[in-house]
Design a protein around this ligand. Structure first.
Ligand code: CTP
Ligand code: MG
Length: 208
């Protein structure tokens, strides 16, 4: 039962606006990606990273034009994987406990994904800002990574065309679209994503 970590790190980090791709920006003394790698390497048999061409290390693969294309490239380099643990380099506060909880929740489903209850009231609106409806917050979850899948289900889901992959904001949505079943795993509050400079400062403060 080979468990392979898949780390999409092929983005440029446009919103962060640093002098290098976001995954390689220093956060609390080490490149951002190292925090995630340390946790994944403790749980997985091996980890494959999809990175920008100038940032590759041995065993890593080149990222693709979208996040999901990067996941596809990394998974293609791990044909032995039975379980795929996908985790964004941009979430350095992930814990071993959360990864293990997702792996443990995979029984009988195709995917088990970290998620947090939504605390704001969420409304659906027209592009002009007119509110269409208020959604039932009790049923809403904000989805994160890690996202753990039966590797075969993820492989099948990633066979979609490039436009579909580019439109997907997570891997679970592709698995759902392919008919797969996905279960939520409640994440602790700290598992933030580094998108902006303010997020980087928050992550740094939490990791120091
Ligand atoms: N990612 C990737 N390949 C891409 C785009 C994104 O592997 N073509 C990765 C990023 O490196 C990151 C994760 O997917 O670890 C989540 O994406 P995001 O937070 O949007 O990072 P970036 O795309 O790098 O940032 P931005 O959208 O601000 O450019
Ligand atoms: Mg992006």
């Amino acid at each position: 039962m080979s468990v392979v970590g898949i780390v999409p790190a092929g983005g440029s980090g446009e919103r962060l606006g640093a002098d290098r791709p976001k995954a390689f920006v220093v956060c609390a003394g080490r490149p951002l990606i190292e925090w995630s790698l340390e946790v994944l390497e403790a749980v997985c048999d091996r980890v494959v990273v999809a990175a920008p061409p100038d940032w590759l290390r041995p065993g890593w693969v080149e990222g693709g034009p979208s996040r999901s294309a990067s996941v596809r490239n990394a998974l293609a380099a791990a044909p032995e994987a039975r379980t795929a643990v996908v985790h964004d380099a941009a979430r350095p506060l992930v814990t071993r406990e959360l990864v293990e909880a997702c792996v443990g929740a995979l029984m009988g489903v195709d995917g088990a994904i970290a998620a947090a209850r939504v605390t704001d009231t969420v409304k659906e609106a027209h592009p002009d800002g007119t509110v269409l409806r208020t959604l039932d917050r009790a049923r809403l979850w904000a989805v994160q990574t890690p996202q753990v899948f039966r590797a075969e289900a993820l492989r099948r889901a990633l066979e979609a065309d490039d436009a579909t992959l580019a439109a997907a904001t997570d891997d679970a949505s592709l698995v759902e679209a392919a008919g797969g079943t996905v279960r939520l795993v409640e994440a602790p509050p700290g598992n933030i994503k580094v998108t902006t400079e303010a997020d980087l400062a928050r992550a740094e403060a939490a990791l120091c």
